[in-house]
Design a protein around this ligand. Structure first.
Ligand code: NI
Length: 168
């Protein structure tokens, strides 16, 4: 159980669609431990498996504020959403950028735990917003995709300037 490096935009692995988890064994338990350790090494409230380079539909959140209440969602699926709001988001994979995104602020989610047991949960407020952000990662989407077009363009240009050029 150790923190792993977090992939950063524009890493192409962040654009892949993650695969459903079919085997609930030691490998999954290990992945979940790494995800929680990695999340708890940051000030973030949610982290998805593709962000540490494992393309499986697993995410963790912790809304306790003191890293004491990690929640695990395997193969999450949103059943209902309501109460759309505008929320300011950021992302551990897009450092230094914040932006306002339309999201449901209430939802019902179905998922499995580390052993494969299915559960349903109602989320309200930031936990609901965070879950949608993390599920986006499982689908290869980033919150910056949901910003206004001119902001997306500025972010793409800034990333292109940071990328090492072939002649340098
Ligand atoms: Ni993120």
């Amino acid at each position: 159980m150790a923190p792993r490096p977090i992939l950063e935009y524009p890493d192409p692995r962040l654009r892949e669609r993650s695969l459903p988890v079919a085997r609930f064994g030691a490998d999954l338990a290990h992945l979940i431990e790494d995800l929680i350790a990695t999340l708890h090494a940051t000030p973030g409230i949610g982290l998805s498996a593709p962000q540490i380079g494992t393309l499986q539909r697993v995410l963790v959140t912790d809304h306790s504020g003191d890293k004491t209440a990690p929640e695990v969602y395997v193969n999450p699926l949103i059943l209902e959403r309501s109460a759309i709001g505008i929320i300011e988001e950021s992302c551990l994979s897009v450092p230094g950028i914040t932006g306002n995104v339309f999201r449901a602020t209430r939802l019902r989610v179905q998922a499995q735990d580390a052993t494969g047991t299915a559960f349903e949960r109602d989320l309200d407020g930031m936990p609901a917003v965070c879950l949608q952000h993390e599920i986006d990662h499982l689908d290869g989407k980033l919150f910056i995709d949901r910003l206004m077009p001119w902001r997306r363009l500025m972010i793409r240009l800034a990333a292109a300037r940071r990328a090492p050029s072939p002649s340098a």
